[in-house]
Design a protein. Sequence first.
Length: 186
Amino acid sequence: MSQDFAKQKRAPKKTQRHSSNKRTINKKTKKSIPAWVWLLMGMFLGVLLMLLFYTIVMQPQQSITGHVIPKTNETKRPQPRFDFYQLLKDQEVTVPDTMPELADMPGEDTIYLLQAGSFRNNTDADRLRAQLLLLNLVVTIEKVKARNGDSWHRVIVGPFKSRSKLAKARSILATHQIDSLLLKRQ
């Protein structure tokens, strides 16, 4: 019972053609709203909302009797008075022609130092000392006994006899984020 399927004639698929025709017919009969109608409706709704906002918020509020309530920012402010012109004329100071010399150098017996750190451990103090020596600063470690008997190791930068050298060393420490404490010794 073998059959030869190659020689048989195929029947046209009428059901598929009818279904595709029904789809196109349904699309044509189904009416959709054009895009320009949606655009006009959106614009109309926007204008309506703006008009409503303007009448409620932007217009001055009216009371029940119909009188307009004045806004608070329309009141007159007092004008500022500038009396310092007259006050400065009364406090006039005369400056001499020659300026006295500013003491750039402190007294001979005063020395300025910068304390860059204080450590209980000598190795920590020595580590900071090495770091400051690489920055071309004069650094010493000073051992101090506290009241309770503990020994502390202070890292001292200096001594400085001029304020300009002191300020330069302080700025170097500040750029490397090292806090310093100014010490004044006789």
